[in-house]
Design a protein around this ligand. Structure first.
Ligand code: ASP
Length: 420
């Protein structure tokens, strides 16, 4: 029998998950065991397997990428990557700003929607959900880049510190001479090859993981909860869709000169994993596998751009932060003059860099924006209900933008990337 391609398997799992989630009740049992707890078990197992790969994969891929670069190439690659990340995030925010001004989800019948929507959570609950994810102002981002203890940083999933350390380490590996140089090069290349093989193994279980994670979300949140926030929901989806289906494909076509359709197909396993895990960091192993093995980008470029992108390039998140802050401001009846909107754009851009690639991380950034424009923190309770599903969508956009960066920069560096 012909084997079904992995992305089809994941897509089928996703459809089955939506069906099961809509048909079943949350308290259904299988042989006396709660179905929800079975889903949580398999979902967590898949997430753990992905997270288990992150530290060795990030370290080995950055070091392997760096050790073959010389000073000039590094500077060029670095500046192109940063420029790409900053400009695509800015465009994403402006797309969000356009849609939120056009559709005005925070205004109902000409009145601020505050009372119509009603707060969905108590302030304490909101604060406890937001707390512990770490504030992300610029000074803090810089401090996290240089962790006092690299082992603790790795253990706590502080990617920025790990990336910074690996970049410098890889740079000095390239300066080694003689036999230590060869030993290091063989070791790091071998480690990377092993990690890629382990990633392929974990990917085989993606359909089960996706099914468990998505069914769980639908069973828990239900569909009714979305009704009062439907317009906000639609605004975010439309803006994300415009970025994902118009702007990023234009970059692929005109800058990277690859077929957007083929690139989407190559990235499908990563996009669907991002969708079900809501975490760019957890998806990173699969993103790297797709970009290297399915989109044909060299490890030199992908090892540099992707780990960095999973941490600092979040187009979907930046867009969401802007729409959410504007929505809350509209719902509270705040006058949104140009200065306020400019503040929102700027803070959304800066905080999207500092946000971690984990579920619901945007909530922290939104509190920073709300504080910057003088709105109460409790307002975030308004969007908590729909946050999870929107998180799934914006994480897919985050991951897709990273993959476009890898392909575009590879092309600008003269690589003949071809979608396999
Ligand atoms: N979940 C997102 C990510 O991992 C971050 C966020 O917007 O909350 O990319």
């Amino acid at each position: 029998m012909r084997k079904i391609a992995l992305h089809w398997q994941i897509l089928i799992a996703l459809c089955l998950a939506v069906l099961t989630g809509l048909v079943l009740e949350p308290d259904v049992t299988v042989l006396g065991i709660s179905f929800l707890s079975i889903l949580i078990f398999f979902g967590t197992l898949f997430l753990n397997a992905l997270k288990m790969l992150i530290v060795p994969l990030v370290i080995s891929s950055i070091i392997t990428g760096m050790m073959s670069l010389n000073g000039d190439t590094l500077g060029r690659l670095g500046s192109k990557t940063i420029l790409y990340y900053a400009s695509t995030s800015l465009v994403a925010i402006l797309i969000g700003l356009f849609f939120v001004n056009l559709l005005q989800p925070g205004i109902v019948d000409g009145e601020p929607a505050r009372h119509v929507i009603g707060l969905s959570a108590e302030t304490d609950e909101v604060v406890s959900k937001v707390g512990g994810k770490g504030a992300s102002d610029i000074a803090e981002v810089l401090l996290r880049m240089v962790p006092p203890n690299i082992v603790t940083a790795a253990a706590n999933g502080q990617m920025l510190g790990l990336i910074f350390f690996s970049l410098i380490f890889g740079f000095f590996v390239s300066k080694l001479k003689g036999s230590p140089a060869q030993v290091h090069k063989d070791f790091w290349q071998g480690l990377l090859d092993i990690m890629m093989m382990m990633t392929e193994l974990v990917m085989k279980f993606a359909p089960i993981g996706v099914y468990a994670l998505v069914t769980k979300v639908i069973l828990i949140s239900g569909v009714d909860a979305f009704e009062p926030l439907a317009l906000f929901f639609v605004t975010v989806l439309l803006a994300l869709a415009a970025h994902l289906l118009i702007f990023l494909p234009a970059i692929l076509r005109y800058l990277a000169r690859v077929s957007p359709k083929k690139h989407f197909k190559a990235m499908l396993p990563a996009l669907l994993t991002a969708f079900s895990t809501s975490s760019s960091s957890a998806t990173l192993p699969i993103t790297m596998d797709c970009v290297e093995n399915r989109a044909g980008v060299s490890n030199q470029v992908s090892g540099f751009t992707l780990p960095l992108g999973a941490t600092i390039n979040m187009d979907g998140t930046a867009l969401y932060e802007c729409v959410a802050a504007m929505f809350i401001a509209q719902a509270y009846g705040l006058t949104l003059d140009v200065t306020t909107q400019f503040t929102i754009v700027l803070v959304a851009l800066l905080t999207s860099i500092g946000v971690a690639g984990i579920p619901s991380a945007s909530l922290v950034a939104i509190t920073i924006i709300l504080a910057a424009i003088g709105l109460p923190l409790e307002a975030i309770g308004l969007i908590l209900v729909v946050d999870r599903v929107l998180d799934m969508c914006r994480t897919s956009v985050n991951v897709f933008s990273d993959s476009c960066a890898a392909v575009t920069i590879a092309r600008l560096e003269g690589e003949e990337t071809k979608v396999v």
